[in-house]
Design a protein around this ligand. Structure first.
Ligand code: TRP
Length: 327
């Protein structure tokens, strides 16, 4: 294999994926397979830090991985897809890392402070250690490249610091990873205000039927200054226009002209967008339906992924323990 190195990324199990997940992550996961050996992990243990009820974990893992496979993440090309908790060595590494992590590094992280604001009644020990577990994920598999959104930049920086510190104490055992930020960092929801997310229910699922897509798209908020059909629009502030840029590459220039001159109205523009979106994901929906007709395929892929991930993890953890000096 003459690939450039190893990619690792993790995503919390959130069920059916939406446009934000697709443009921000999945699309890059798929593309990176050309150049790297890729490992993609469903971080169910990380999910426990914020989840109050865990009864959805299994279903959300299944639906997310089904979307990944249908989108082109392909174990037959060597890609490993697995569930974090299926390879328990990560928990050992997390504990060893915790011994070289100054508590202040964790409590000062903007991501931690944000969570404290969001869930003041559930500031648990695991939540403080969230980045430690993430550092363990990445280094256990000796990844050199980590595709993540910019919101994860502090966690990557933290990982690099831990690696430097660990290697300084115990010898050059671990690899310092590089973040690879994606060019489509923030996809707004149908409200046109906040980042697309399932919890805000402002999302559009990539597995949605053409009818569901149409229904969601018609609810999208456009240029608020354009109150009447005859008002000229401002495409630069319109989320529908931004997304046309991706899903309607051949029409976007004309849409811009027609919006500014009020030659096209928002309803018409959204109909066009809904149609293009449904067409774009038509092959995806077909592959998804095919995969879903073999309900075990997801669990088989994950079992094989865990088996292959374990081989790497066991090797690393043996090196790490020896370096630390555990008898
Ligand atoms: N913290 C990441 C997020 O919330 C998920 C994650 C866990 C991750 N472990 C990782 C991402 C390792 C990249 C690499 O999105």
């Amino acid at each position: 294999m003459s690939k450039k190195g190893r990619v690792f990324s993790g995503a919390r199990p959130t069920g059916r994926q939406h446009l934000g997940n697709y443009l921000g992550a999945i699309r890059n996961y798929v593309a990176l397979q050309d150049e790297y050996d890729c490992i993609y992990c469903v971080v169910d243990l990380h999910a426990l830090t914020t989840l109050s009820d865990t009864d959805k974990l299994r279903e959300w893992t299944y639906e997310m991985v089904l979307d990944w496979l249908a989108a082109g993440i392909d174990p037959e090309r060597g890609t490993i897809v697995f569930v974090q908790s299926h390879v328990p060595q990560v928990v050992e590494l997390h504990l060893l890392f915790s011994m070289v992590t100054p508590l202040g590094w964790l409590t000062r992280l903007p991501t931690f402070k944000e969570k404290v604001r969001q869930q003041p009644d559930n500031v648990n020990y695991g939540l403080v250690g969230y980045p430690v577990l993430m550092a363990a994920d990445i280094t256990l598999y000796k990844a050199s490249v980590v595709p993540v959104g910019v919101d994860q930049a502090p966690h990557l920086e933290f990982t690099r610091e831990i690696v430097r510190r660990f290697n300084h104490y115990f010898g050059e055992v671990l690899i310092e990873p590089q973040a690879k930020h994606t060019e489509f960092p923030k996809v707004l929801g149908i409200d046109g205000q906040q980042k697309m997310s399932k919890s805000l229910n402002n999302h559009i699922e990539i597995a949605a039927s053409p009818e569901e897509i149409q229904e969601r798209v018609m609810q999208m908020v456009t240029d608020p200054a354009r109150r009447y059909r005859s008002d000229p629009g401002h495409p630069e502030v319109c989320n529908v226009f931004t997304l046309h840029g991706f899903f309607s590459p051949e029409q976007v220039a004309q849409i811009e002209v027609d919006c500014r001159s009020a030659a096209i109205g928002c309803v018409e523009c959204k109909r066009l967008f809904a149609r293009n979106l449904a067409d774009y994901f038509a092959p995806f929906r077909e592959r998804r339906a095919q995969l879903a007709s073999r309900p075990n395929i997801v669990w088989d892929v994950l079992a094989e992924g865990a088996r292959r991930a374990s081989v790497i993890a066991s090797e690393t953890i043996a090196e790490v323990k020896a370096a630390v000096g555990l008898p």
